[in-house]
Design a binder for this molecule. Structure first.
Ligand code: ADP
Ligand code: MG
Length: 490
């Protein structure tokens, strides 16, 4: 055993038990090709199931967005984005040539607002719009008589038209108790009206739907929008015929043929029939806001990934094989290990820093997590790096099953002979900043769908997807209205 604990008479035994334990934990986090295929297959099943049944665990929510932009859309729109770490107000100018200009401002949402009466939260949102308009002076385009706003609301909503939707339940740490069941567009419009702010909210767009719309606008066509940020989710374009659980009526000439579906894949396999749940996932779940809920998301996304790593670290500390059995106040705190720290540690590995001496991992452990330097041995540094890598790798490989499931469901695995590129828009800090996320996802994708299909998939960052997506949603709603289409579920 090469170990910093080699001065201890029991070093051999300790080293061996650490190594055995780590091997055993890593094995639980390792997903074989067969497991990936099983998960992907289950994705296809749950897609079809959720399209047929209302209230499925993985809800497959119709968005009432009935087509994808091609890049020629034009106009100035406002966007409100709630559901991430910050609330954002944006002004988006779509230029009609695949490009846009965006000006935006972030506003902090306090914990009290996240969990208090919903009216307070929406009043704060209206106030933020007011502050934004005062600062940026957004005006309507020439010839337009109203300023339209798209609302990105990244929580599960039961939509009945493009501008109406009731909150099903909160996720990601929000929990205003009187909100579920209420129409969130109406809540926002009322709050704006109360302050005499001349803005009309005409589209409700999930951030995932927004990501799909944005990537389509940028490239001329995308098949999937996927979020890997605080949470994880995906949206794709579905044929209306296959959305058996709703009957769509449309006034106007030829009705629409397709509709974007917000899968809410964070809820994939809440029943845990195929998800390889470890004791560490149970640790994360037990103290989360909602148990046995969004289990897939809890293995993947930014809000939870650090918490999974923390669970493993605490386990090893409690077994006295890490940091000589010492923890820290931060490490003992729920969500104390931010996923961003994992990114730093992955970057440190990439830099090829040795485990001894000063390195990025040691810095995170002592400066960010508050461990005492004398409790962090070289072996501990190596151990933490290994944990981060297998937790991060599992997240990427699980993400690949969602992407592959969508490719299969939409018939995009088979090359149509043209070798055409399949565009997937992604957004979120994990996708953007977590080292090797795409590369690891690709390796898994290759395992699932084969190299030919994997190579045709082009991941592209739909940065600002939720802001631009809301604007594109507002543009789509305006178009539906102009065409005399009122697309409704009945
Ligand atoms: P949202 O999904 O809320 O719109 P983001 O996409 O910015 O926002 O995701 C925020 C989440 O990403 C947080 O959970 C945060 O811990 C995590 N995060 C922030 N920076 C990084 C990073 N560098 N690497 C990995 N995760 C990060
Ligand atoms: Mg976001």
């Amino acid at each position: 055993m090469t170990s910093a604990a080699s001065s201890s008479p029991q070093a051999g035994a300790i080293g061996a038990s650490l190594s055995n334990m780590l091997d055993e934990v890593e094995a639980q986090f390792t997903l074989s090709k067969d497991k990936l295929l099983e998960l992907t297959h289950h994705f296809s099943e749950l897609y079809t199931y959720g399209l047929g049944v209302k209230g499925a665990d993985m809800p497959m929510i119709p968005s009432f967005v009935t087509g994808l932009p091609d890049g020629k859309e034009k106009g100035t729109f406002l966007a409100m984005d709630l559901g991430g770490t910050n609330l954002r107000v944006c002004e988006v100018k779509l230029k009609g040539d695949h490009t846009f200009e965006i000006r935006q401002q972030k506003y902090r949402v306090s914990d009290a607002l996240k969990k208090g009466p919903v009216a307070d939260l929406f009043e704060y949102m209206a106030e933020s719009v007011e502050r934004f308009l005062n600062e940026f002076g957004t005006e309507t385009d020439a010839g337009e008589d109203e300023l339209l706003m798209g609302f990105t609301f990244s929580f599960p909503v039961e939509q009945t038209t493009i501008d109406r939707g009731a909150l099903l339940f909160w996720t990601k740490g929000f929990n205003c108790p009187d909100a579920p069941g209420k129409d969130v567009v109406q809540l926002l419009q009322n709050a704006l009206d109360k302050k005499h702010i001349k803005v009309r909210v005409n589209a409700l767009v999930n951030d995932t739907v927004g990501t799909l719309l944005t990537r389509s606008y940028q490239t001329g066509g995308a098949i999937l929008g996927a979020i890997f940020g605080t949470g994880t989710n995906g949206a794709y374009l579905e044929s209306i015929e296959r959305i058996k659980k709703i009957k769509v009526s449309s006034q106007g000439q030829a009705g629409p043929t397709h509709m974007v579906i917000n899968t809410e894949w964070g809820s994939f396999d809440n029943a845990r029939t195929v998800l390889p749940t470890t004791q560490f996932d149970n640790f994360v779940d037990r103290t989360a806001l909602r148990q046995r809920h969004h289990l897939f998301e809890k293995m993947i996304s930014g809000m939870y990934l650090g918490e999974v790593a923390r669970a493993v670290i605490i386990y090893l500390i409690d077994n006295l094989v890490l940091f000589s059995g010492f923890s820290s106040a931060t490490l003992n705190t729920q969500y104390g290990l931010d996923t961003a720290y994992m990114s730093m540690i992955e970057a440190d590995i990439d830099n090829g820093n040795p485990t001894s001496g000063s390195n990025g991992t040691r810095e995170v452990l002592t400066q960010k997590l508050g461990l005492r330097a004398e409790h962090v041995s070289d072996v501990d540094v190596e151990t933490v790096r290994r944990i981060v890598r297998f937790v991060g790798t599992r997240a990427a490989r699980l993400s690949a099953t969602a992407v592959a499931g969508t490719l299969i469901h939409t018939g995009n695995i088979q090359d149509d002979g043209t070798g055409k590129q399949v565009n997937v828009g992604v957004d979120g800090s994990l996708a953007e900043l977590y080292p090797h996320f795409e590369e690891r996802m690709r390796i898994a994708l290759r395992d699932i769908v084969g190299e030919d299909a994997e190579k045709r998939v082009k991941f592209g960052l739909a940065k600002d997807g939720s802001g631009v997506g809301a604007a594109l949603g507002a543009a789509a709603a305006k178009k539906q209205r102009t065409a005399g289409h009122r697309v409704e579920a009945n």
